[in-house]
Write a protein that binds this ligand. Sequence first.
Ligand SMILES: [Zn+2]
Length: 360
Amino acid sequence: MSHPYKRKIRFLQVKGTHREIGQQIGEQCKQEIHHSIQTAQSLIDVLCSELQMDWNRATLQAKKYLPYVDEYYPQYLEEIRGIAQGSQSSLEEIFTLNAFEGIVMDRLHLSKCTSFAINQERSANQHVLIAHNEDWFPDDEADVYIVKAEVEDEPPFLAMSYGGLLPNIGLNAAGIAQCCDTVYPIEKRIGIPRVVVGRAVLGARTISEAIERAISPHRAAGYNHLIAHEIGELYNIEVSAGNFSILYGQAGAIAHTNHYLSTKMQLLEEESEQLIGSHVRYNRAMRLIQGVEYHDLFSLQAIQRDHVNYPFSICCHATQSQNPYEREKTICAMVMDLTARTLYFAWGNPCENLYYPFSL
Ligand SMILES: [Zn+2]
């Protein structure tokens, strides 16, 4: 039997209003969406006593976040409604997935995700390249897809997502690209879930609009948003519920993992001692970037396959833990050529799988 992920990832093309693109995603990924709901439910079952929460309680908790999305980003609530309708799931189920980090994940301590980028100064062909390894629960690997969306009032975008989540990580026709990395702020509140904030960034037309959206008022918590513009501007926007820090790329390169880099945000980090693996990946990525003067697609892919500190390496293989909620792995890797508006995508660990190109 051939490896399942040697084949191309599911690629959707959707077009219309926010509701319509959600509905088209829901219809085409129905099986993946239902599977992702089951995965979330079984995770809560396993964690039931630790979290003092069952799926019903999680759904009720998620409902508290909904009025904030309805007020500030009704268009993305429409997308969530569309995904629910198209996949014949309930709004509660899909909304709970999109608020899942706030209600469940913040209590766990997975590490998750490595992002880095280079601009013209460090690029062999003058292209701006952005790389991201998505580390998550192994069960969600089956639910990954890529979507090319033409939404009525936004620049078209090309992005990765999985299950019932709004797309976050990708690039748009205005020349903006975004990667999101989990960070662990002490400060969090009921508000706009991180995934919705990330979706909003993907709709930005300028670098300042992208940053403003990353720090949307009434946000629940925050990611690090690695944001790049095709002209070569590279930013890390480190966010918590009430604070943020703006970091600018140095010497044509930037990277981020899952710990805060700015002194200001480090003071707001929860349980920093749990994040040593994140430091190791960050330092390793920076060293590998600095070790080559001019990068290309292949040199960045080589960094994504790095196995130093295995299994908690940049290419993550930490699937052996006794506890299902401690298992994580790289479920996909991508390099975005922002200049060419092309996304090179490997489904599963990039050390074992091929990259395929998708263009906007
Ligand atoms: Zn690997």
